[in-house]
Design a protein around this ligand. Structure first.
Ligand code: MSP
Length: 510
């Protein structure tokens, strides 16, 4: 029976143009989704837009538009981005959809029923840009302006009637939840951060606002709008048709296997979210992976800082697989990463053009010119043949665990090393010298090379889906064979194979 795997990206604020940080978060989730698919899981991958709250209301006002019309327009930009990034999402949720309103209402009602909500007054700091409340000790001065020390965004003083969630009552239960679910927060440095924060004491959380209107109304209340984070987090459930807990999607995919998020939104996902869920008698997700920030210089890339790299421009210039490969190979995923176009070019040239691309081109064109596109393996394998096959088996064995422990960088390094070793095998075995002297041996070398190429293409398919699938098409490998069962010994290509023409995959950028 297939195992289920539900993976999500954060839903994006459609309050400006998407930048490379958004693209990075999405691609990372997509790579895990695609990897689990080729590992035979039944995957559901969700992304979408987070459209309520003051931040969006203000963005709409700035554009002189009604909030919903503004969201219709700007949510589409993120939907288009998902296509441009070649995301394999099964759904795209918008928090303005009615399926989401129904779910948020149900969560609210459950929290009321469990006795976790009370009415009081909020007095404190609020950042519209983060949609977050901050304590006095989390505020600093920047040029006379009050900002959040954590995010650097400006804060305003808020005093208004508000419903509160009894977060303080969940402190001990959260700590024992983290204790019993050691892998809930990854990487471990982030887990420690969260545990320390919770241990230092949790205050009750304001979960409604009254000073603006754009959001989901608190049930049975005239003036209160549900806090946008309680609203937004619920998207992960509403996309599974919650509150219909008999729905097949909900039954198959909740609790979520993995929420991919940036470190700036860790507190919401690792503290508030499990507390809301436990209070509403819903199982918390299995895991959260919190990635770092993409930096430009030493700063987080963001609109307010004006240091944005535009993913669409990069895709137009270099290609989508090139962007995906670079971000996945060179950003260290638990930490912050500096990126530059120069490094993207170097990475593209060395790994994709000179290594994997070159391997494919040289083998395909040799077989086309010398073997009429057909090769057949025979049983007398040389030591060199056996050795490259064995080395690949050994290198492939650890790959699943690299993914499961979020060592995507190691995963890619191992796979590209298989490509490097295969190029070396061809250099050492010199099939071009065997055409007249030992055609059987030449065929073996070419067949093994094709087998290597098919393995590498499958292994790289989560990262560079477009180009991998070109190669697998040219090898006539059926969709259903494009999975990891070869790691456990299943054959990918037949003993006799016929290939098709393969265009140049990656051009060197100079
Ligand atoms: N709307 C909330 C998420 C709600 S999830 C229930 C939000 N949206 S966001 O558009 O501001 O950010 C979406 C994701 O992009 C977050 O995971 C955030 O960490 C990530 N990134 C935004 N800028 C980033 C970088 N410069 N670098 C890496 N990722 C960053 O937060």
């Amino acid at each position: 029976m297939k195992r289920n795997f539900y993976i999500t990206t954060p839903i994006y604020y459609p309050s400006g143009n998407p930048h490379i940080g958004h693209a990075y978060s999405s691609i990372l989730a997509d790579v895990f989704a695609r990897f689990k698919r080729i590992d035979n899981f039944n995957v559901r991958f969700l992304t979408g837009t987070d459209e309520h709250g003051l931040k969006i209301q203000k963005a709409a006002e700035k554009n002189a538009m009604e909030p919903l019309a503004y969201c219709d327009k700007s949510s589409k930009i993120f939907k288009d981005l998902a296509k441009d990034l070649n995301l394999s999402n099964d759904d795209f949720i918008r928090t303005t959809e009615s399926r989401h309103h129904v779910a948020v209402n149900e969560i609210w009602n459950r929290l009321v029923k469990s006795g976790d909500i009370y009415l009081s007054k909020y007095k404190g700091w609020y950042s519209v840009s983060d949609e977050a409340y901050y304590n006095e000790d989390e505020i600093s001065y920047d040029n006379g302006k009050k900002i959040s020390t954590f995010s650097g965004s400006s804060v305003e003083w808020v005093e208004e009637e508000s419903f509160f969630f009894k977060l303080s009552a969940w402190e001990k239960k959260l700590l024992s939840f983290y204790e019993n679910n050691k892998n809930f927060i990854q990487p471990s440095a982030r887990r420690n951060e969260v545990i320390n924060f919770v241990r230092s004491g949790l205050k009750d959380l304001s979960i409604s606002r009254t000073s603006f209107t754009w959001g989901i109304k608190v049930p049975n209340s005239q003036h209160h709008i549900i806090y946008v984070w309680l609203d937004a987090l619920t998207n992960y459930l509403s996309a599974l048709n919650f509150p219909d807990t008999d729905d097949q999607l909900y039954k198959d995919f909740w609790p979520a296997s993995l929420h991919i998020i940036g470190k700036d939104i860790l507190r919401f996902h690792a503290i508030y979210w499990p507390a809301f869920l436990l209070a509403a008698d819903i199982k918390p997700p299995i895991g959260i992976f919190s990635h770092g920030w993409i930096l430009s210089g030493d700063e987080k890339m963001s609109k307010s800082k004006g240091n944005i790299l535009n993913p669409i421009e990069i895709i137009k210039t270099y290609g989508v697989d090139q962007l995906r490969y670079y971000l996945m190979k060179e950003v260290s995923h638990g930490s912050d990463g500096n990126i530059s176009l120069k490094n993207l070019q170097n990475c593209n040239n060395s790994d994709l053009a000179n290594n994997f691309g070159n391997l494919c081109q040289r083998v395909f064109s040799f077989i086309k010119t010398n073997c009429d596109n057909k090769v057949e393996i025979n049983e007398e394998l040389s030591d060199a043949d056996k050795s490259i096959i064995n080395e690949t088996i050994i290198l492939s064995k650890n790959l699943r665990s690299e993914i499961d422990s979020f060592n995507l960088n190691n995963y890619i390094k191992s796979v590209i090393n298989i490509s490097f070793l295969t190029n070396k095998y061809i250099n050492d075995e010199e099939p071009w010298k065997l055409k007249k002297t030992n055609i059987k041996k030449m065929n073996n070398i070419l067949h093994i090379s094709l087998q290597q190429i098919s393995k590498i293409s499958i292994l790289l398919s989560p990262i560079i889906p477009e180009k991998s699938s070109k190669v697998l098409d040219a090898l006539n490998i059926s969709e259903k064979s494009r999975n990891l069962s070869f790691i456990d010994g299943t054959k990918i290509i037949e003993n006799k194979v016929e290939i098709n023409h393969l265009d140049i995959l990656f051009k060197k950028v100079l």
